[in-house]
Design a protein around this ligand. Structure first.
Ligand code: C2O
Ligand code: CU
Length: 504
């Protein structure tokens, strides 16, 4: 039993209603009493988290920067002047203290994607904290609860599609090992300072819907087919329209294929890759030429090891895979799923020899493809059985030809928050009534895939395919106000967000 499970025994009686800090507007209704980010309940759950006694301190500066992507310098917004920003590595139970310094011309926040942290440190403007104004700073401070591969990004407007992103690796004190080296690979679609800036792309969608990219003459996946519903109709497991933004480039760890990141190793060594899809509008199909890979984790949580050739990561998803290095020089490829854009590439090298050419498409990309249903959670990652106390529905839809994206018929501005209570087992049924996939992400919790097809694997971001229904269950053990939204940055900004709201 984990500390948090023990704490549930305290139950709802322990939950107190929260004051709200200045600047936070919560949608309160007379009949509902919210458990706010500043509530005693949040502080109490934080105090009950088990700690290592270690403190890790960092400063992160969000600022405009000129960044070399490997043969092309772009002017963009970045953390500490680099793309990706500096990795943060902590142990489970560490107290992480990060000072965010905002040197951007607009407000920003940092969100710690996937962490079940205290609600007032979750970094959602106007829901969990006021945004940090230009020339101001904010001190994040929270206990990092669970081991795994996480990441951080802004949660303000369309800032996610700029260069602000970094890995957050939480080491496991009980790491079973089984590998020699570790490599973090961040996959990202790039447009800022090269193609259209994200604000302009977003404005185009808001004005013209899904016809917008074709209208802007910004070449790519929008062929302007079928009257603006566009997308190249290559059939992928995610559907025929996997994304509507054409990116001039795709990157692995901030590098273009022409001047890629090179991982130098030796034959027989076992490398654990921590894969993070930090993109705005692109799912990636990932493979290592000449190698099979063993999946060990998704979204930070363990799965029974499974050998595959290739896997697809939706926006916000993470996988950890182990590869036993062969003899030679190999392309490590992240191909935009269903988009004709050039693939991202890194190089894995264990001997001398010429690097693979950009555009290399290893056969593994069409080999055995992972699907969620293949994976089984480890015993440790399995959600303890409990009867469902509450059922919620999230119906995902599109309106006005893609000018608005909806949850339960409403955009975020018109949302009807979904009430839950501390201690409950909550079942959420997500029904996609649109023709695009949506990587649905819930803050502050890691749910289990449930229902007929769910194998119980733990995720915080799950791809819900066109016209598909996905059921998940979560334990309401982290009081506060939590976003639930599509991790397509454009869908989210065009409305596809709501709030899981702890109430009394
Ligand atoms: Cu990765 Cu609401 O975020
Ligand atoms: Cu979406």
């Amino acid at each position: 039993m984990s500390r948090r499970q023990v704490f549930q025994v305290g139950g709802v009686a322990a939950v107190a209603v929260g004051g709200s800090c200045a600047g936070i507007r919560l949608l309160d209704q007379p009949s509902r009493t919210l458990v706010g980010p500043g509530s005693a309940a949040v502080a109490r759950v934080e105090a009950a988290r088990s700690t290592s006694g270690r403190v890790v301190r960092r400063t992160l500066t969000a600022a405009p920067a000129d960044v070399d992507l490997g043969g092309r310098v772009v002017s963009t917004w970045a953390y500490d002047g680099s793309v990706p920003g500096p990795e943060i590595r902590v142990g489970a139970g560490d107290l992480l203290q990060v000072r965010l310094v905002n040197q951007l011309p607009e407000p920003t926040t940092v969100h710690w994607h996937g962490l079940a942290l205290r609600n007032d440190m979750d970094g959602v403007p106007d829901l969990t904290m006021p945004a940090v104004a230009p020339e101001e700073a904010f001190d994040y401070s929270f206990v990092v609860p669970d081991p795994g591969t996480y990441w951080l990004h802004p949660h303000a407007g369309i800032q996610l599609d700029y260069g602000m992103q970094a890995a957050l690796v939480v080491e496991d004190p009980d790491e079973p090992g089984g590998y020699d080296d570790e490599v973090v690979l961040i996959l990202d679609d790039w447009t800022d300072g090269w193609g259209q800036p994200p604000t302009k792309i977003l404005a185009g969608f808001a004005r013209d819907g899904m016809g917008s990219m074709a209208g802007m003459g910004s070449m790519g996946s929008m062929g302007g087919m079928d009257g603006g519903m566009g997308g190249v109709s290559s059939d992928t497991p995610l559907g025929t329209d996997t994304g509507d933004v054409a990116y001039p480039a795709h990157l692995i760890n901030g590098r273009l294929p022409l001047d890629p990141v090179t991982i130098t190793s030796a034959p027989g060594r076992r490398i654990r890759f921590r894969l993070i899809n930090a993109s705005g509008d692109t799912a990636y199909r990932f493979a290592v030429g000449g190698h099979r890979m063993t999946v060990t984790h998704t979204d930070g949580y363990g799965v029974e090891p499974l050998e595959i050739d290739t896997l697809i990561l939706g926006m916000g998803e993470r996988y950890d895979v182990v590869v036993e290095v062969g003899d030679g020089v190999f392309p490590v490829v992240a191909a935009p799923e269903g988009k004709p854009d050039p693939a991202a590439m890194a190089v894995l090298r264990s001997t001398s020899g010429a690097a693979p050419t950009p555009g290399a498409r290893p056969a593994e990309l069409t080999g055995r493809l992972l699907s969620y249903g293949d994976l089984v959670p480890t015993a440790r990652a399995t959600l303890t059985a409990q009867d469902v106390d509450r059922e919620l529905e999230l119906t995902l839809g599109m309106a006005d030809g893609g000018r608005r994206w909806l949850i339960n018929g409403a955009t975020f501005a018109d949302r009807q928050p979904l009430d839950i209570s501390y201690g409950e087992r909550v079942r959420i049924t997500m029904s996609n009534r649109s023709m695009m996939f949506h990587p649905m992400h819930v803050h502050g919790h890691t749910f289990a895939l449930a229902g007929d097809t769910g194998t119980g694997i733990r995720k915080d971001t799950v791809n819900v395919l066109p016209m598909q229904t996905v059921t998940v269950e979560l334990q309401a053990d982290n009081p506060g106000q939590w976003m639930a939204h599509c991790h397509n940055a454009y869908h989210a900004e065009l409305g596809m967000m709501t709030v899981l709201s702890y109430t009394l």
